[in-house]
Design a protein. Sequence first.
Length: 601
Amino acid sequence: MVSDPKRYENFFFKGVGVSGGVGIGQAVIIKHLTTDLCPKRIITPDEIPHEIQRFEDAVKSAEQRLREIRNGLDTSHPLFDHAYILETHILLLHDRMFFEGTKTAISNELLNAEWALAQIMMNVTAAFDSIEDEYLKERARDIHFVGERVLKLLMGIQSAGMVTQLPPHSVIVAHDLSPADTAQIKKDNVFGFATDMGGKTSHTAIMARSIKIPAVTGLEKISNIVQTGDTIVIDGSTGVVIVNPDPETIYRYRERQEVYRKYQQSLMAFGMLPAVTSDGSRSVRITANIELIDEISIAVSHGAEGVGLFRTEYLFLGRSDLPSEEEQYAIYKRVLEYNNPNPVTIRTLDIGGDKMSAQIGASHEANPALGLRAIRLCLSRVDLFKTQLRAILRAAVHGTCRLLIPMVSCIKELLATKEIISQAAQELDSQGIPHQSRIKLGILVEVPSAVVIADLLAREVDFFSIGTNDLIQYAMAIDRVNEQVNYLYDTLHPAVLRLIRQTTMAAQARGIEVAMCGEMAGDPVNIPILLGLGIDELSMNALAIPLVKKLVRSVTMEECADLTRQAFEMQDSEEIRFFLEDWLGARFPRDYFVDSSQHVQ
Ligand code: PEP
Ligand code: MG
């Protein structure tokens, strides 16, 4: 790809802000190697051994380099918790599809090593292209990162040291940055990064948040437009990138940088405080939603008082086998021990809908969101469900564990689930395997029928957790991944608020706790109403925690009850949103809106 020679002046781009803060510096372009640029040659059969040897040597060198980078992440390094990503990349080098697949392409199709490898990388991309799930897409990118490293070695392209030898005040601009590149960044020299690819859940984004470098991803073509030496502003909170800003814009962003820095500093302190209303009359537990084990340290450092939702299906996605009981046990144990004595709510497998697994018999369905998903699928695959339950019950002795069942829509499902849990516990008992059988059981209230029978369900469980992401989808009849109907997706719709109220009232009548773990729980605008409705626990994206705690600590229950009462008199969500934003804006001038990325749903 040839760089556009045009120099852009004060040019604004919008991508996905994945790591907050403002970085201002000089762009350094890290060129990416496209597979179409690799040499392509049909070889003769007697060249096969030589090409295979070249490929194997390149894999060996890539492995050695990745090990060096991994070993550089010692316990004092802020990315120590992420070192396992590099270990995964080392394993991927020997993945059957990658390693054997390339060698087969060399010997069967008579392709030179570079071409054979490029072909495998393109196949992976094509296979993952049609998948909606962002997490799975990221796993395809892992194979790409590894493949590109080997390809560069085959082509004799020196990439080592590119990110380690950057001049001071650099802003990295790249098509994509691998976790290995990110791990080598020297924070003193790098003020931010901007990439064409990626989203919030990429490993690179998670690592950027850990080392606290402002980052914007998903900018599509920025690496072709920006030139090395251009001045560049990265606003990782709003996802804005400005190329060659004018002096006034720079001035504005320097100010914003300072405001953000001070704001974050002051906010982080709130993360460590309990979320008690200013009148001291009510306290809510603030917990984190996690998908990957490497998110726990960020959650704890932002003030999470446990995990309110561990989406375990991510252990099952993007791999060619199923995680064993032992593997699951080790992961659940680690999360529980890390949070002990704070509670960890482990949600059982929620496969189906928009999260598909190649291994778990999700046949093609016309309406997957209404199909064999979550608990429905688990009840039809008792083998798999029981393996997970055994792993959870065993891990539960290492901390405070709560079990959460997704997508329950009727009592029958809940009773069948309880029966399988007790079978799993009995089996462990008879095998003499240590486990915790008295574990708190809850359901995700995310199907409208569960709200309607919340009084009946409340008799059977220890807690509810409201999953607004799905509850809104099913209540409003809108596919949550369909952009065309996204305008109807509104947490403040009077119907949604009434569904939440009905759930909390049923829980309160039975004396059980009610949590919320949908995205609604982390959006500041909803906090007064959620307090007014009596939610006991709010579980959210870890980055939202400090601000949410600050809000809870700044309001009284009387105010919240009053706002809730008024909001319930209003007829539509716009009116309610306007009313709440107006109130919050007046109450928390300026700093409330600084980190606007936290307000995006
Ligand atoms: C929800 O539906 O609100 C929820 C928390 O679960 P998920 O987003 O994983 O479906
Ligand atoms: Mg859900």
